[in-house]
Design a protein around this ligand. Sequence first.
Ligand code: ZN
Length: 431
Amino acid sequence: MDTLAARAHLDDLARYLVAAPSPFHAVAESARRLEDAGFVRLDEGERWVDPLGRRYTVRGGALVAWDASAFDPTAGMRIVGAHTDSPNLRLRPRPDRHSVGFAQLGVEVYGSPLLNSWLDRDLGLSGRVARRGSDGPVLVDVLFDEPLLRIPQLAIHLDRTIGAEGLRLDPQRHIVPVWSTGDAPDFRHWLAARLGVGADEILSWDLMTHDLTPPAVLGVDGSMFAAGRLDNLLSCHAAVTALADGEHDGSTLPMIALFDHEEVGSVTASGAAGEVLTGTIERLLHAAGLDVEARRVSMARSVCLSADGAHATHPNWPERHEPDHMVLLDGGPVLKSNAMARYATDARGAALVDELAARLAIDLQHFVSRNDMPCGSTIGPVTATRSGITTVDVGVAQLSMHSARELTGVLDPYRFRLLLGAFLRDDTAVR
Ligand code: ZN
């Protein structure tokens, strides 16, 4: 294990996380890195005359990129899927509220955050704003990396039941951030002033909160890494890095698909249940001159690796985990399987990843949930259903999944990136 390379990868991951508080920023940062590596953007709304090189396309908070510099179109694809979104709090269309002298902003809960983790944190805002332009609405990504908001916790003196019964949060009443005790302008006017436009030019927004605490290496031996959005920007970063680094001279086509809206079920135009991936593949194989039959052959020879966080066994709640499948922080990438198909992994996909890991001398771990506990899910089963492609669910072990600040190991992100790189450039025939 090259620990220096692992540390450099971790530092780079930290920069990616800070640059990507929203799915739109994750896409923009990924695009920037891909362009640095020679990838050219294709607009979905234009005819693709030359998609057979290093290319990528963007739809909202989703990005699909591929390296078709050298490939045999019928050899199939190696696709890494991940998601750009994380649970957070999203600004309502009419956010201004007032209570007992405070100006507050109303938010909606996005996905399934651990709400307690959002209390008493200094929060910034990011996302996308639509403003009026001379030729119709113009979308601009905005990032306010400054302490604008906070959800203050109730003092323990005012609720003595917390000790015995635990914290109970009503998301409608208790999750309302404060942003001023004075005469704050309404949100639309504040936003317009910050963007240097008139308030009537602001049409709409997709804005969300993020914790401002920077990522940190922690532990007496520096063996752990804490940050927000590890689920699932850790995988997006590994996928982008693995695709951008190095040349591809094999026959298969390496591709990454970073979807939006996984945390709310993927059923959107930029989610894994939509056709952003299959539609892109269709255009690509058509451009490569494949007829319907040849396209089907190509799909049947393809494999998708669905990359998403995995639960490490928790030291304080070991009884919540399957005792014969302990998952360690920094114990190596985790193959996730589930008999009820909440994960897409089957013997064929697992074997392929197993072989790659063995070639790299990387240990794999196995996650399965207990029979007496429901299992989470990810984009794997959705992508497999949608595309018919053999799919395997793999991810990096972490604790505190869906907290505003999650925890992982310092070496696994690099191991995962190596595994994804080997997968993307794998030429083994799929049978
Ligand atoms: Zn996830």
